[in-house]
Design a protein around this ligand. Structure first.
Ligand code: FAD
Ligand code: UQ1
Length: 463
């Protein structure tokens, strides 16, 4: 088998970024990157594809053109990790050994966890922006929609870009209004997350999961805010950032207004478990306070059904020694180093860090591991801490975006403007600037996230 000084597993946002950075630093031939797929997609563009605002081709690249010149592409899939031997087994039978490894396998879409969903995606009315195969169908369905329920779901597992299911819903509302058929539609956003009254939230804020200094003051004044979240056990693990609509107060308030203005029927604690395409009925299990099934179900008829898929890590990772009991890669949340194997680091969606799973977070992960892995290669300890940054541009219509940027202690906005309000300039950023930043910056290993810019803004604002 082959040997590499650095083996990168996965050629998505995180894998390409990491390979690019280290292929520049290390001698030619030192970096190997394992990625089975020919096509690479800019997934944040899928929201716009599903809304007819961008073509799918514009978001597709060829993996062979994107793998850094100085790195070796192994077009295969990891079947089994054998970390005790610093080795991986590939599906094709090869074995590859490494000195250091970066795992950037992302998450797998698990439509299979919903009974009938996989087959349903090929029937009329059912679509999903998450999959390159069914994202264009969402726009077609919105354009052909004649009346009835338009149903958008959010799963009972971690999910990448947790805002994406509601973005799809909001854009479709805009499209139906533009087409003059919004009156014929009943729009439903059914989420597994739950709404809690405010009192509970003092704890949440003490745990640092939501809020900032400003919101703490508001709480002392006993101002009522509705926030959706699970029980404290889940919050303590910091595993779920999206309470009902959003885990940050300013964005939550703004989104509650969006949903209200658009007359979207927001139903909480509902988890999609079955799709019956003959009768066009979606079955939900009702969840209790702790997000456990109550045994009760609800059936909702649909004309349009957009599925927010459950997600898990890919099988090879899930079955390896790298993961915790949730099946996500167990890393130190600061250094992003594997807790068990110090020569292995994680990047992106496959880790058990509490941040929202986004490409924006990957930019900060890359900055962190560039420093820390270099340190470890030189025989030192990791010295940099991931700041918890993530961002999720919330597209709320065909030309407005809330540019949500946040971390474990609340909003982390880059610009001097109030980013909790939907604006056209944020839409232009999402549509034109972010794709360019991704293709030319992030996956080439040049974009380290907006922390530096944010610090400049803060200096200017504090004057
Ligand atoms: P990925 O980019 O998914 O890459 C993982 C790679 O690992 C894949 O190429 C896969 O083929 C490979 N892989 C899997 N299994 C194996 C194996 N066994 N062996 C080898 N390779 C393997 N982010 C934002 O910042 N802003 C947004 O607005 C936004 N919107 C989104 C909207 C949608 C609909 C979706 C789906 C995602 C969105 N995201 C957004 C999230 C963003 O795309 C991800 O967070 C980002 O791609 C994560 O990078 P990653 O490298 O961890 O995973
Ligand atoms: C970002 O860095 C990023 O990754 C390239 C995204 O993914 C597409 C984003 O959506 C956002 C918002 C950022 C953050 C960057 C800036 C300049 C705010």
């Amino acid at each position: 088998g082959k040997h590499f000084k650095l083996l990168v597993v996965g050629g998505g946002a995180g894998g390409l970024g990491a390979a690019s950075k280290f292929a520049r630093k290390l001698p030619r031939g030192s970096v190997g990157i394992i990625e089975p797929r020919e096509d690479h997609y800019y997934q944040p563009g899928f929201t716009l594809v599903g809304g007819g605002l961008m073509s799918l081709e514009a978001n597709r690249g060829k993996q062979k053109d994107l793998i850094p010149k100085n790195a070796t592409w192994i077009q295969d899939k990891v079947q089994k990790f054998e970390p005790a031997k610093n080795s991986v087994k590939l599906r094709g039978g090869d074995e590859i050994t490494y000195d250091y490894m970066v795992i950037a396998m992302g998450v797998q879409l698990r439509y299979d966890m919903i009974k009938g969903a996989k087959e349903a995606l090929d029937t009329p009315g059912v679509c999903s922006n998450y999959s390159p195969f069914y994202v264009e169908k969402h726009y077609k369905e919105a354009m052909n929609f004649k009346g009835g329920n338009a149903l958008y779901t959010f799963p009972n597992t971690p999910i990448k870009c947790a805002g994406a299911p509601q973005k799809a819903c909001y854009i479709t509302d805009s499209i139906l209004r533009q087409r003059g058929v919004r009156d014929q539609a009943h729009m439903i956003y059914a989420t597994s997350l739950k709404r809690v009254r405010f009192l509970l939230c003092w704890d949440i804020i003490n745990h640092g999961a939501i809020g900032n200094q400003k919101s703490k003051k508001k709480i002392r004044k006993h101002q009522l805010v509705t926030i959706d979240c699970f029980d404290n056990n889940i919050l303590k693990q910091y595993n779920n950032f999206f309470f009902h609509l959003f885990g940050i107060e300013s964005y939550l308030k703004s989104l509650e207004k969006v949903a209200r203005d658009k007359e979207i029927d927001v139903r909480t604690r509902r988890n999609l478990i079955e799709v019956n395409t003959n009768d066009r009925i979606a079955t939900f299990e009702l969840l209790d306070e702790e997000a456990k099934p109550t045994g009760k179900t609800e059936q909702i008829e649909y004309s349009l059904l957009h599925i927010g898929p459950p997600c898990s890590t890919p099988e090879a990772l899930r079955n390896s020694a790298f993961v915790d009991k949730t099946g996500f890669m167990d890393v130190d949340g600061g250094s992003l180093q594997s807790k068990k194997y110090p020569n292995v680091f994680g990047v992106g969606d496959c880790m058990n860090t509490p941040n929202a799973k986004t490409a924006a977070a990957v930019s900060s992960h890359l900055k962190t591991i560039e420093k820390n892995l270099t340190q470890v290669m030189q025989g030192n300890r990791p010295c940099m801490q991931y700041d918890g940054y993530a961002s999720c541009p919330l597209v709320v219509s065909t030309n407005r975006v809330i540019l949500a940027e946040f971390g474990p202690r609340g909003a982390m906005e880059t610009t001097p403007f109030d980013q909790s309000k939907p604006t056209y300039w944020a839409y232009l950023m999402k549509r034109y600037f972010m794709p360019a930043l991704y293709w030319n910056g992030l996956i080439k290993g040049y974009w380290n996230g907006p922390a530096t810019l944010r610090n400049c803004t803060r200096l200017v604002k504090s004057k």
